[in-house]
Design a protein around this ligand. Structure first.
Ligand code: GLA
Length: 723
């Protein structure tokens, strides 16, 4: 069993081939953090705890002045008893008091991993779990810290369960998923931040005293911040150095923070954001927090990313899609916007099928009176003026062309101007006496209500049960406001944001289990809710509403820290680009889109013959190398530089593909050899274009010359067969 309890030392050692994570029990009741990092063959407490009688320290054991909860490295905070660093939980009792005293009472170790009630989480397979049981004997509360270690990956997951064994209710004002105290602060903090159309920009800065945090209070994980942080050594690069990374499996309000405290340790905490949360925990009820995935790499960011990529493909996305190739699609949005007619769509579809496209996706505009984005969300009845043969009629024709058929929905939304709102105004999120704030002229359905959840399941069922819809793009285009539900009592209003997420997960769980063959694509104005929680139901996500090829080198680069290319929807769109007005060559647009899940989103009937021929070639190349591009290992070789040049590599056992995006052309071309780092040193690689052979070691270390490239945004492509 890779989780060992050393009774003499009172130490739990979670250990696989790559990492060790060590937890200590002190004074028989306090859970301390002792080590996390590269694998230790054994542990005998060489890094003993610091015992100093500190000024201002409070002492749980009065005569032991060298022991204070405010200084020790912990695995969970305490509350009101002297730990003044950021907490992982806060509980208020019926008397309004905010003190608890949880003490370790017992532990269980078992093979596998339990699913989390109502929440997505990694599946177990070659995993074992440790549960540390803590109790507050005065208030009869339990807090269970759950750790799962994966045997084949440098991965541990953590979550917390709160149980109320008392007769009286308590209020969880904060229910975090993870806390741990690192014994150092000479580290950089890495996060992914951005905005709509500019998601997942990489941010790295040195830790400094005090709290550094990212969070969302928007109701979704948001395009502003990814529920992720990593602490890395100052010298860590893509290729080397230590990375300690944390990713929260949750799609709602979250916080990810680090506090560098007075004596130089760093407290890490992740979980549901507490300002927008409270949960009434009645007698005998349990509250389950979301899961955090922790990984350790001692080979830089590339190794961290590959761990996330592998574990998400293997243990998170729905099983039917874990190894399933994804179709090349045509999406109607940027080609038609709301101006849909069956005739035009069929012309586009027929050409698409000639080009080799495999899935035709009908985006927004097909239902109700949806001629712009001011109305009709909620009225999911087909607009027969646009589609006289209905969805089924259109789908039949698309199927006859040999393509799959996909449909856009924005299920969580309701337009004020819709029949649904006229008949169920109470279904929108709202509070008494205040107007409902619109965004994109739409309101948010209150998914915390069971009847709303059931209605949405019924609506989706209506389309999916016909078996004509092979794919659904699930969109969500605004954040939550006026978060209230008049059927809940006053002391439970702050539960709604979390109940919303639980409601969303219930719908997704029901529908994706009932229709396991249907491919769901996650979307929230692009990457606005691109998080592991959503990926547990939908194996791919529209990456950004910004389809400009150059912007995508940065956005896809950032998302690749956590998500493999197969999860990132990437479309070739028209020029000038609709979001930024930029012209980029069709070749480059193709290579960027092929670096994700390839799709096209432009009016193909308006392209020149040459461009159509090129599109056809792109699709042929993609299909031929789909195994490499969708399931190969992805390596970042060069981050977007001053001139925005960047490079990445795909590799599997048979072949390798290097893409170098040149960014802005330069007048005085610098001397640059790009080294590939990750080919097999001893293997021979044959360039598919020139036929020349090179050893992996030569390409890895001597590298290839980057030639002079004229014109902005050109791409250099090298494909090798492994001999
Ligand atoms: C969002 C999506 C787009 C498109 C539109 C339709 O912005 O991200 O891809 O589906 O909605 O309204």
């Amino acid at each position: 069993m890779p989780i060992i309890f050393d009774k003499a030392l009172q130490i739990f050692h979670l250990q696989n081939n790559q990492l060790s994570y060590i937890i200590g029990i002190e004074k028989e009741q306090y859970i301390t953090h002792r080590y996390f990092g590269t694998r230790l063959s054994s542990y005998n407490s060489s890094n003993e705890l610091q015992k100093i009688d500190r000024g201002f320290a409070t002492n749980p054991i009065p005569e032991n002045r060298q022991f204070s909860l405010n200084a020790w490295p912990m695995e969970s905070s305490s509350q009101g008893t002297g730990d003044h660093r950021i907490p992982n939980y806060q509980i208020r009792n019926e008397q309004g008091q905010n003190v608890t005293d949880f003490q370790f009472t017992d532990y269980i170790i078992y093979q596998g991993k339990k699913p989390l009630q109502g929440l997505p989480s990694l599946r177990p397979e070659r995993a074992s779990t440790l549960e540390l049981i803590l109790e507050d004997p005065i208030q009869k509360l339990k807090m269970i810290l759950v750790y799962t270690l994966y045997e084949d990956h440098p991965v541990i997951t953590r979550n917390v369960r709160f149980e109320n064994l008392n007769k009286a209710s308590v209020y969880l004002e904060n229910a975090g998923s993870l806390l741990l105290d690192f014994p150092r602060n000479n580290l950089d903090l890495v996060t992914l931040n951005g905005s709509h159309t500019n998601e997942a920009n990489l941010h790295r800065q040195a830790l400094y005293p005090g709290i550094q945090k990212i969070e969302s209070s928007r109701g979704t994980s948001s395009p502003q911040h990814q529920p992720f942080l990593a602490l890395v050594n100052r010298e860590t690069t893509e290729f080397s150095g230590e990375v300690f990374a944390f990713h929260l499996v949750y799609s709602g309000n979250f916080v990810a923070q680090v506090e560098v405290e007075q004596y130089g340790s760093s407290r890490i905490q992740l979980g549901i954001q507490s300002d927008t949360f409270e949960w009434k925990l009645s007698s005998n009820e349990v509250f389950q927090t979301p899961e955090v995935i922790i990984t350790y790499s001692n080979c830089g960011f590339n190794q961290m990313s590959q761990t996330f990529h592998e574990i998400y493909q293997k243990h998170l996305v729905p099983i039917p899609f874990s190894k399933k190739e994804r179709p090349v699609l045509l999406n109607t949005w940027e080609a038609n916007y709301f101006a849909l007619s069956e005739n035009t769509l069929l012309k586009q579809a027929s050409l698409a099928s000639e080009l080799g496209i495999e899935l035709f996706v009908l985006d927004d505009g097909w239902f109700g009176n949806r001629n712009d984005d001011n109305s009709s969300l909620g009225d999911w009845d087909v607009n027969f003026e646009k589609l006289p043969n209905g969805i089924e009629g259109l789908a039949d024709k698309i199927h006859k062309m040999g393509m799959q058929f996909g449909l856009w929905f924005e299920p969580e939304m309701i337009s004020k101007n819709s029949d649904l709102f006229r008949s169920h105004p109470d279904w929108a999120l709202q509070v008494l006496n205040y107007p409902m704030t619109e965004g994109r002229r739409q309101l948010v359905l209150d998914l915390s209500k069971l009847e709303v959840q059931d209605y949405l399941i019924m609506q989706l069922n209506h389309y999916l049960s016909t078996e004509k819809v092979d794919y659904i793009k699930w969109d969500m285009n605004r954040h939550l406001t006026e978060i209230g539900n008049i059927s809940l009592p006053a002391d439970q209003q702050k539960e709604i944001s979390h109940r919303y997420v639980l409601g969303l997960y219930r719908i997704l769980d029901t529908v994706t289990k009932k229709y396991p063959k249907v491919l769901f694509e996650n979307c929230s104005s692009g990457g606005g809710r691109f998080d592991p929680g959503m990926m547990a139901y939908m194996p791919q996500s529209w990456t950004s509403d910004n389809s400009d090829a150059f912007s995508r080198t940065i956005i896809q680069y950032g998302y690749s820290y956590l998500y493999p290319p197969i999860m990132m929807g990437a479309h070739v769109s028209d020029v000038p680009n609709h979001q930024v007005g930029r012209f980029t060559p069709l070749t480059t647009r193709g290579w960027i889109a092929m670096s994700g899940n390839l799709g096209y989103e432009l009016d193909i009937t308006k392209q020149t013959t040459e461009d159509l021929a090129l599109i056809k070639q792109q699709i042929q190349f993609y299909k031929k190398h789909r195994k490499l591009l969708q399931f190969g290992t992805f390596y970042r070789l060069q981050a977007p530089s001053k001139t925005f040049a960047s490079a990445w590599l795909f590799k599997n056992e048979e072949e390798a593909l290097l893409l170098y995006f040149n960014g802005l052309a330069q007048p005085a071309v610098p001397l640059q050899y790009l080294t590939l780092h990750y080919l097999n040193d001893d293997a021979l690689y044959q360039n598919s274009e020139t036929g020349k052979c090179f050893s992996g070691s030569e390409l890895n270390h001597a590298g290839i010359l980057i030639p002079r490239l004229k014109g902005d945004f050109e791409t250099l492509v090298y494909h090798w067969k492994k001999l």
